[in-house]
Design a protein around this ligand. Structure first.
Ligand code: SPV
Ligand code: MG
Length: 431
């Protein structure tokens, strides 16, 4: 009897999957691979059911003899374990970022005479509806809100990218790249006070009010599913912060990060060049405590951001504050720096991890941008936020276009570097 292998990464079995199993059955004994959670989140949509539930579901499909966990995007491990005579897959992986995985499978099979069988992908109204329903489910507040905590457990480092509008939200939601044979995508969105304010042409001084900031969140939640980390600035008055916590939870936001500053807040990247006042430990701890008390769900996180290194108050001050804020109930610590080198950030992370193994650490490597995600993760960082790069890349591009149209008195000269309207439209989903 020949052995046939196929790998699934779905939460719902529809006729397309049954068709693949039926075709596979004709070739021999069918083994289904269940792509592990850890790989699935880099490769595909976030799972709405657990890995164990997926295994159970695949096992119950008539004709499936065995289910194994596939721990890697590439098939090397399963191929050396199972040595299948055939690998069967929907032919949709012939194009796009997945095509490198297909090419690698083909190469591995050719080494021992195995065969790759592409089955025409089933795409009809029912399949489209199922896809859409899954996406809608992920977009619901109760699913979205808990997703950040789930991701912290599932992946060595959660990668968040700034979004400040529906369109930038869609870029974070949908961008998938294939690089050196691996697929990757962002895990979460950061609603930066800097970029939200900048998009409105306003300074980043808590001038854009919460109602307006919530409107930005709504624009983004309407068109995306990924979890949201909200930049809550100082959190405002404690009496106001408790209401903000409730509103954010209701909208499905996963976390708010508040910084230990008081009075007129300026952007941290100004450091000590402008007057900024750090809140006292007591004052800020009371704000955290009040927020935690107001919180209604277990999923929501209040993350304390420490500005001691930004304001040159020293490492000991940063660590003392971290201890106190965790004690006050903070679900995570964000440590910030505007140095070019990551040294002080890494020193903080190492020292904090010596005494606290589990409280999530968040960093924003805007200035110390040479450090890689892997290095940060090795120093105990759980969330990395790319806080402003989308805004900083769009602004010069728009400015140059405006200048060139003024220069040439027509738009022809700029057209080559513009995305076509057709391409822009494909980004936007139609219901
Ligand atoms: C933001 O993105 O608004 C931040 C991060 O608060 S930083 O600008 O680096 O202070
Ligand atoms: Mg900010």
């Amino acid at each position: 009897m020949k052995t046939v292998y196929t790998c699934f990464c779905t939460d719902v079995i529809h006729e397309g999957h049954l068709n693949i199993i039926n075709e596979a059955k004709k070739l021999g004994k069918v083994i289904v691979g269940c792509l592990s959670d850890r790989v699935l989140i880099r490769y595909n949509k976030f799972p709405t059911i657990s890995q164990e539930e997926r295994v159970k579901m695949y096992r119950s499909i008539p004709g499936v003899e065995e289910v194994v966990i596939q721990e890697n995007m590439h098939y090397d491990d399963v191929i050396s374990l199972i040595h299948p005579d055939y690998i069967v897959h929907g032919d949709n992986w012939k194009e796009g970022p997945e095509s490198t995985i297909r090419a690698h499978v083909e190469k591995l099979l050719s080494e021992y005479g195995g065969k790759l069988v592409d089955i025409p992908y089933t795409f009809n109204e029912t399949v489209r509806k199922i896809d859409l329903q899954l996406r809608e489910k992920l977009a619901m507040p109760e699913y979205r809100r808990k997703r950040l905590r789930q991701l912290i457990e599932m992946t060595p480092i959660v990668k968040a990218m700034e979004a400040h509008s529906g369109l930038t939200g869609l870029i974070v939601e949908k961008t998938v790249v294939e690089h050196e044979g691996k697929l990757d995508q962002f895990d979460a969105m950061w609603i930066s006070s800097l970029c939200d304010s900048t998009a409105k042409g306003k300074p980043d001084i808590e001038l854009v009010d919460m109602t307006s900031r919530f409107r930005t969140i709504e624009d983004i939640t309407e068109v995306t599913t990924k979890p949201i980390i909200f930049d809550g600035d100082t959190g405002g008055l404690t009496e106001h912060f408790v209401y903000t916590v409730r509103s954010l939870e209701r909208m499905g936001v996963s976390a708010v990060i508040i910084e230990d500053k008081t009075g007129l807040k300026k952007n941290s990247l100004f450091g000590t060049e402008v007057k900024q006042t750090q809140a006292t430990i007591e004052e800020f701890s009371a704000k955290i405590r009040a927020g935690k008390k107001a919180q209604l769900t277990d999923d929501f996180m209040i993350i304390a951001r420490i500005e001691s290194l930004i304001l040159e108050q020293g490492m000991e001050d940063a660590l003392t504050r971290a201890r106190a804020f965790v004690e006050a109930g903070a679900d995570g610590i964000m440590i910030h720096s505007r140095r070019k080198e990551p040294d002080e950030i890494l020193e903080f992370c190492d020292k904090f991890r010596e005494e606290n193994k589990h409280t999530p650490i968040v960093v924003v490597p805007s200035s110390f941008n040479t450090i890689t995600e892997e290095e940060l993760s090795q120093h105990g960082v759980n969330i990395v936020i790319y806080a402003n790069q989308l805004t900083r890349s769009a602004f010069p591009a728009m400015q140059k276009t405006a200048e060139d149209i003024l220069k040439y008195h027509r738009a022809k000269e700029v057209d080559d570097r513009l995305m076509s309207i057709k391409q822009i439209i494909t980004l936007i989903d139609e219901i």
